[in-house]
Design a protein around this ligand. Structure first.
Ligand code: NAI
Length: 634
């Protein structure tokens, strides 16, 4: 029965702004007029003609004629046009190639545009040449376009309707398009349903005529229970991005097809509790507090992306218990911190800060006293993680000798020398720089005793976390000449906003650079974060992969091929894997691959099974005691 229903469904799809993101004529105009001295003026004229056509003040033929007259395209312009159009196929069409291949016999492309550029684009998706209904150019012997086929119904008004009449498809017809001419097919009684496709443009005149609005092809396929590359249309997944995350992140999530809402500011707890109810993906920066109360309301939330380094603003325990994966951007600003550290140690070694301040007061103090190169000096790096180890490489390239100390075993990069103790490092280094993490135990890691071990005239940098240094001891060491220069970017207490005064014992000290926690704040870092975090979140949604997750057991998974992937998140109690496998065995299901990882709170099991399975199995898996979340990927 199902087979018959399939045979009798026909899909009629528009080309311009539906199959591709753009109007092909606009792209053609860009190509043809690229070198024309009045390119902008001509493009404006073309746009005007297009509008007159849309308003019904020019017939389709008049509008094509007039545009061709201005453009005078030639065959040679079609190659770059096709290339461009192939790049500009709508995202949801690109990811649903399988649909076109499977239903090729029943899919028609219909357009008032021209076969010469439509055919090479759509046949790559398995669409048959004979199923392309479009106008055709007429060329002269010098390969210039001199007109178009006037016998073709698609060269005239009402062409799509006439063409469909001629075809007389023996079954249900579904039309997908963005324009009024697509709706007309349904209006003429030649289609069962018209889907207004809004992935690229939204036309009010069409939206209220449509049987359904399809923000992507995924939605169309989902509504019609057709095969799709994904298990659930992404346009039904709500993404909320707060605090002005980088536009690249918004773009990435949109082009994947999600329904994205973004706000420049954060939301307070109550606002977020309300808003979060319908949100599946949340993106924040450091200000938004994702408290246990917020998590309690977050019944659809799958994943939180922290578009920053720290995750203290998120109640990780509550998120984990609810099966919400959290990702951050631990390395995206590493380079920015390293560059600043290098710049600062050079400035401090040359005493530039004080010299510059004096110059501003009109004092010329030319002398080489107390000024040094960094070349050949010993740089002591405390904490050899992402930042410490990268600084090691760059500073060595500038001629410094690197010493490092880390509480964990770390591979020495380049010619760096590992120290066995903090004291061993502090007693030798000309420059000491801190890059440890902010764990509680690191409070006052550098205090009076540690400063006393340092060489006289040491340069000291802290771009890690404020509480790591005893600020009083630092002040005393600057004043007694032990520390010849220092740079501090992070403080035990930092103002909440730019309106609050910065209060610190370090103000007013000589050769002291103070900066407002901006070590990692660069445009490049923001852009890196904007790329990195959506990548992690989408990987999690699309494949279940949790690599680099802050709170989930880290699993990197192969891409799913010809199988279903069952994703099961449960409290970490013994015996769950056995129960999952019992359910599968009882249902006669063949396991293609299985991956399990646990942390102290949760267990994460991924099971890939072969395509055919009885849907009851999903119910049984969800019913397993201690299940927190369960989902199936196509
Ligand atoms: P990471 O976690 O990769 O490296 C930290 C390293 O310090 C680890 O290797 C760890 O074993 C080591 N460590 C921790 N405690 C130690 C101790 N007591 N003694 C010796 N080694 C110890 O972190 P990453 O990404 O390198 O960041 C380093 C620090 O920089 C962090 O505190 C981070 O918050 C801060 N940061 C500051 C920025 C700013 O704008 N100023 C921007 C980015 C990071």
């Amino acid at each position: 029965m199902v087979k018959d229903a399939k045979i009798n469904k026909y899909f009629v799809i528009d080309f311009d702004s539906t199959f591709t993101k753009v109007e092909a004529f606009d792209v053609l105009a860009d190509i043809v007029l690229r070198e024309h001295p009045d390119s902008e003026g001509l493009k404006k004229r073309i746009a005007k003609i297009t509008n007159l056509g849309m308003e019904g003040k020019l017939s389709l033929r008049e509008s094509i004629d007039k545009r061709l007259e201005i453009l005078q395209p030639e065959k040679r312009h079609l190659t770059p046009l096709v290339k461009k159009l192939k790049d500009l196929v709508s995202d949801s069409f690109k990811r649903n190639k399988e649909f076109f291949e499977t239903h090729a016999a029943n899919i028609y492309i219909i357009s008032n545009g021209f076969r010469e550029f439509i055919e090479p684009v759509v046949t790559e998706y398995g669409i048959r040449s004979e199923n392309i209904l479009a106008n055709e150019f007429i060329f002269d012997e010098r390969e210039k376009v001199i007109g178009f086929d006037l016998d073709n119904p698609l060269s005239a008004n009402n062409g799509k309707v006439e063409q469909l009449k001629k075809l007389s498809l023996p079954g249900d017809v579904y039309v997908i398009g963005d324009g009024y001419t697509d709706y007309e097919i349904k209006h003429a009684g030649l289609a069962n349903k018209f889907y207004a496709f809004t992935e690229n443009v939204e036309r009010a005149s069409v939206l209220n005529k449509a049987d359904h609005v399809a923000p992507s092809l995924d939605e169309f396929l989902y509504l019609n229970k057709l095969n799709t590359a994904i298990s659930y249309p992404k346009n039904r997944i709500n993404v909320l991005l707060l605090e002005n995350v980088h536009p690249v992140a918004i773009e990435l999530m949109k082009s994947e097809g999600f329904n994205v809402e973004s706000y420049p500011a954060g939301l307070d707890e109550d606002e977020l509790c309300e808003k979060i109810k319908n949100v599946s993906v949340l993106g924040i920066r450091s200000k938004t507090q994702v408290t246990a109360k917020v998590i309690e309301h977050a019944n659809r939330l799958m994943v939180i992306g922290a578009f920053c380094i720290g995750t203290n603003q998120i109640d990780l325990k509550a998120a984990t218990k609810k099966g919400i994966a959290v990702f951050n951007a631990p390395f995206s600003n590493t380079r920015s911190v390293v560059e600043l550290a290098i710049a600062e140690m050079i400035m401090l070694m040359r005493n530039i800060i004080d010299k510059s301040a004096k110059m501003h007061e009109g004092k010329w103090d030319k002398s080489a006293k107390g000024s040094f190169e960094i070349r050949g000096k010993k740089l002591g790096i405390v904490g050899y993680g992402n930042i410490g180890s990268q600084l090691s490489v760059l500073a060595e390239n500038l001629g410094m000798k690197i010493l490092y100390y880390d509480r964990e075993e770390k591979l020495a990069l380049g010619n760096a020398t590992k120290c066995k103790s903090l004291k061993e490092l502090l007693t030798q280094a000309d420059v000491v720089t801190l890059h440890v993490d902010g764990r509680e135990a690191n409070t006052n890691l550098i205090g009076e005793a540690e400063f006393s071990w340092m060489k006289k005239g040491v340069i000291f940098l802290n771009l890690s976390r404020g509480h790591v240094v005893d600020v009083k001891a630092l002040r005393a060491s600057i004043l007694n000449g032990k520390v010849a220069g220092c740079s501090v970017d992070v403080f035990p207490y930092e103002p909440i906003s730019n309106d609050e005064e910065f209060v610190s014992e370090l103000r007013g000290l000589p050769n002291t650079i103070l900066s407002p926690h901006i070590g990692g704040s660069t445009s490049e870092a923001q852009e890196n974060i904007g790329n990195f975090v959506p990548g992690k979140m989408m990987d999690y949604i699309n494949t279940g992969s949790t690599s680099n997750s802050v709170n989930f057991p880290n699993l990197t998974l192969p891409t799913l091929e010809n199988a279903h992937r069952l994703i099961h998140i449960h409290n970490n109690v013994p015996g769950i894997l056995a129960q999952i496998n019992k359910v599968l065995a009882d249902n006669g299901i063949n396991i293609v691959g299985q991956y399990l990882k646990t942390n102290e709170h949760i267990g994460y099991v991924i099971t890939d099974i072969n395509k055919e399975y009885n849907k009851d199995v999903i119910k049984d898996l969800r019913a397993i005691e201690h299940t927190i979340k369960f989902r199936v990927l196509y």
